[in-house]
Design a binder for this molecule. Structure first.
Ligand code: SF4
Length: 460
């Protein structure tokens, strides 16, 4: 336990797995802990509280958590004050079972009970037994009210912030566990969201990313949708970029597309729109709620409104019943859309999902062979698309030093392209960078002008 500063009650370390929502949940956990007087630990070995913020979307997630807990148990033996907690989707899914299998765990906190971690830790420190909070009555209503300013902890660049606007999911995709772990959709009132964005803008945040499992299903009790939210956010002084993730194709409405087009260039001309398969037959088996033609029509409708718009997607290959012909339809979809980013996975059965009941006659090796073919194909598409950036100048929001090369800075363009570059810069600045090299996954270049000069220079 800590000494010195009396307001300091201990130190914490958080391990995070999974999607952007989980990364943001870890920020919120850190925010709550710091509000309670905890400080970040210099390393896991020195931490008074270690939290595993888990994700159950991938196969055998629970097993990975229990194996990590086994490792941490050894650390706990050398530090009897240390408290060990499991948070996130595995906490929600496994609940009490975690205590049965790992009785040395001190607390289990579900994704909707983050704000209760402070009282839970205090009660354990006061001699109470392990706390189990997998739900919170506050979230049983149809709207979420985060005490946002208190539980927010802005990421290192301070120029960008994530803002959760919707939690949960009302879809029932047959391969997915999220509706079970995160529950049905709940929405934050738009007025609360805008208030939070204004506070962030005053703190020099220039880029906002709205988050939700199905972010474009957002609607508050006043009838505001994501379309109204984008329009109102784009009007806030200081906000230069708006992103939102993850969108569901079925909820990509004309109204939303019109709002995105009207708010150019502040609403970024890049959209992550998971398609999962190019075969309508497989999409039906996945219960995605759209077919290939509808998906392609939405891409076309967006590109006609926002010329040059870029797209990313998620793909599952080897879903139960997927034939070679279905797979080839996914390949032709890649050719048609020309995605700039693809996250692809080989299907693996996940406990608690309906896809488990489907006949699956393609062995794992066959699924991985398809995955490799798809990834090779997409690499060729991306290499050709990235090459078109050569010689252009792009506006980059600087995130920090490149992890691979300390002499380079790294950041993203408005279209979400990663750019590594050399020159005088600093995290949080907007720079014009001239692109001198490309790879299938990133761009590289040198600073052409800093944000201070940007008004004098038009992009090439
Ligand atoms: S839309 Fe489908 S894949 Fe996405 S979170 Fe909901 S159920 Fe899961």
């Amino acid at each position: 336990m800590s000494a010195g500063d009396p307001s300091r009650v201990g130190s914490y370390h958080i391990h995070t797995w999974g999607c952007q929502m989980n990364v943001h949940d870890s920020e919120k956990l850190a925010g709550v802990l710091e509000r309670e007087g905890y400080v970040p630990a210099t390393s896991e070995d020195d931490a008074d509280v270690i939290l595993l913020n888990t994700c159950s979307i991938r196969e055998k997630a629970s097993e990975k958590v229990f194996s990590e807990l086994g490792r941490l148990r050894r650390l706990k033996r050398t530090n009897s004050n240390m408290l060990l907690g499991v948070c996130g989707c595995v906490a929600q899914q496994e609940g009490e079972n975690i205590y049965k299998r790992a009785p040395y765990v001190d607390l289990v906190i579900g994704p909707r009970a983050i704000d209760s971690i402070g009282p839970a830790l205090a009660s354990i420190r006061d001699g109470g037994r392990g706390a189990l909070r997998v739900t919170d009555t506050e979230y049983r209503s149809d709207s979420i009210r985060f005490p946002f300013d208190e539980i927010r902890r802005i990421g290192e660049s301070r120029a960008k912030a994530f803002v959760t606007i919707i939690e949960g999911c009302n879809h029932r995709c047959t391969y997915c566990i999220v509706p079970t772990t995160r529950g049905r959709e709940v929405y934050r009132p738009m007025a609360d969201v805008l208030q939070e964005v204004r506070v962030l803008a005053r703190k020099s945040v220039v880029e906002i990313e709205f988050l939700g499992q199905t972010v474009n299903a957002y609607r508050d009790s006043e009838g505001n949708t994501l379309a109204e939210l984008l329009t109102a956010t784009a009007a806030i002084d200081g906000i230069r970029r708006i992103r939102f993730t993850t969108s569901h194709p079925a909820q990509m409405t004309e109204r939303l597309m019109d709002a995105m087009a009207a708010a150019q260039p502040t609403v970024c001309a890049y959209l992550h729109l998971p398609v999962q398969s190019g075969s309508s037959r497989v999409l039906r088996a996945m219960r995605r709620g759209y077919d290939r033609e509808t998906y392609l029509a939405k891409i076309e409708a967006l590109r006609s409104r926002i010329p040059g718009m870029l797209f990313g997607t998620d793909i599952i290959v080897g879903f139960p019943g997927e034939t070679e012909d279905d797979f080839l339809q996914t390949i032709t979809l890649l050719d048609e859309v020309q995605f700039d980013t693809v996250y692809s996975f080989a299907y693996s059965p996940r406990p608690g999902t309906r896809a488990l009941e489907l006949d699956d006659d393609l062995p794992p090796a066959g699924k991985h062979e398809r995955l490799q073919r798809l990834q090779e194909h997409q690499k060729g598409i991306q290499a050709a698309r990235m090459a078109t950036w050569l010689g252009r100048s792009v506006e980059v929001l600087v995130e920090g030093r490149s992890k691979r090369n300390e002499e380079r800075w790294t950041g993203r363009t408005v279209e979400s392209r990663v750019v590594n570059f050399v020159g005088d810069s600093a995290p949080g600045r907007l720079e014009w960078v001239e692109i001198t090299e490309t790879t299938p996954f990133s761009l590289a270049g040198r600073v052409r002008a800093s944000d201070l000069d940007r008004r004098r220079l038009a992009p090439i």
